[in-house]
Design a protein around this ligand. Structure first.
Ligand code: BJ8
Length: 422
């Protein structure tokens, strides 16, 4: 499409390298997604969104910019989308799930940095990501050491605002986070020239709650046996939730859930009843990081949930909608965000409860814990998750990997052995 090429040129992408990326991505998607039998019809919408992720969606962002809207890029579910929407801006997730520009990235961050961080830096330095190039502001956060130090280097390449996210859940930590939410509001008001009103924030809260409710509904329907949807498709839905228009997305996911309900009533599924059911837990899997889910589902299992930020960690809690004043809404928002059980917190015992409860609700036969190589917070918590799950007789397979395909065979062997055992 020549219009897209012109748009990508305007965004200063490396056109030949970007064409190559789209080709690889298209093939990868075909192998992993289009090869599935008995997919829900509603997934066509997701196929379309994904095929147009660097096309139509970027065109929409450019149109929004022409209308004076600002585009905000984020890497973490601690950055409140409600506030972004209240300022009339567009909120997109930027963290990337593929190796790109690694050599360049390693000039900015140490080699033993997780693949997710190297990827977002690599995508920027190699001029491959039209989302990053569309951003008027990129918002980082002080979560893990890798990210917070990487943002110092990244700030030399993109306009950045960094939110301080505390490491504990004390009262002082909550106060700090509230200050940071207010500071983010101020930064946005300055950038957009829009004052955030109680009405606008209430509407932002309602829109994001509605999106989270649709994803909660989807998550709950996956407790059915046979599983109504594959883990790959559910992961894709969660991935797309980070860059699609929130209202359109919510509408489409609710329609998909209607289809899932009909399918469940007919006792049909994506895999036969009795297929081993696994819960995937750990680091976020940004698009197009589908390696491990694909390996799991081609080893005779079906994934029934994602305990991750691209999954239930981002959707489990809602913001109280009963507040009427701006300050009341901000407090409600802070309370909701302080419930996030990210491994960057110490202690983070609520996650142990949340993972095992989720495995039980979804009738999972086992948990696959996934940590990216060099990710300290999740590698540490793998031990705790194993112990907490063992106490409930839930088997755990702990996996450490990255975005390369080099370990695919070895992973498959381990996953197959685990699936036979559960
Ligand atoms: S709330 S999980 S999105 S910080 S994988 S970059 S932790 S070294 S991503 Fe996260 Fe927010 Fe927490 Fe969620 Fe560091 Fe680990 Fe890399 Fe990670």
């Amino acid at each position: 499409n020549p219009a897209y090429t012109a748009m990508w040129e305007k965004l200063n992408l490396d056109i030949p390298a970007h064409d190559g990326l789209l080709e690889v991505l298209g093939k990868f998607y075909g192998d992993i997604y289009m090869s599935q039998q008995g997919r829900l019809q509603g997934m066509e919408y997701l196929d379309f969104v994904l095929s147009e992720v660097h096309g139509l969606r970027i065109q929409e962002l450019q149109q929004a910019k022409e209308q004076g809207k600002k585009i905000i890029g984020t890497f973490c579910v601690f950055v409140p989308e409600e506030i972004t929407l209240a300022a009339g801006a567009v909120h997109v997730g930027l963290c990337s799930g593929a190796d790109a520009g690694t050599e360049e990235a390693e000039k900015l961050v140490p080699r033993n940095t997780c693949a997710l961080i190297k990827s977002f830096i690599g995508f920027k330095l190699a001029r491959l990501c039209p989302f990053t190039e569309s951003c008027d502001l990129v918002v980082g956060e002080t979560t893990c050491d890798g990210k917070k130090k990487a943002y110092e280097a990244f700030a030399e390449h993109v306009p950045m605002h960094v939110m301080e996210v505390p490491n504990t859940k004390s009262d002082a930590a909550r106060d700090l986070f509230k200050t940071e939410v207010l500071r983010y509001m101020q930064a946005l008001q300055q950038l957009t020239g829009t004052a955030i009103t109680p009405q606008a924030l209430a509407s932002g809260i309602r829109a994001v709650n509605a999106k989270r409710r649709a994803l909660q509904r989807l998550s709950a329907l996956r407790s059915a046996d046979p599983a109504p949807i594959s883990g790959r498709d559910a992961l894709l839905i969660n991935q797309v939730s980070f860059y699609d228009d929130p209202e359109r997305f919510t509408h489409s996911i609710n329609a998909l859930c209607d289809q899932m309900e009909e399918r469940i009533a007919r006792k049909e599924g994506i895999a036969p009843a009795g297929t081993p059911r696994l819960l995937l837990s750990g680091c976020p899997m940004a698009v197009p990081n589908w390696k491990l889910p694909y390996i799991m589902e081609s080893s005779g299992a079906v994934i029934v949930g994602e305990e991750s930020c691209i999954g239930t960690r981002n959707t489990r809690d809602l913001v109280d909608e009963s507040q009427e004043t701006l300050d009341g809404m901000i407090d409600a928002l802070v309370d909701r965000y302080m419930k996030i059980d990210c491994a960057c917190f110490t202690p983070n015992t609520e996650r142990l409860h949340n993972v095992t409860a989720m495995a039980q609700e979804l009738k999972a036969d086992g948990i696959v814990h996934y940590a990216l190589k060099f990710c300290q917070p999740y590698a540490h918590e793998a031990f705790k998750i194993e112990k907490a799950a063992r106490e409930k007789d839930i088997p755990v397979l702990s996996v450490e990997t990255d975005y390369s395909m080099e370990d695919a065979e070895q992973l498959k062997t381990r996953v197959e052995a685990f699936v036979e055992m559960v």
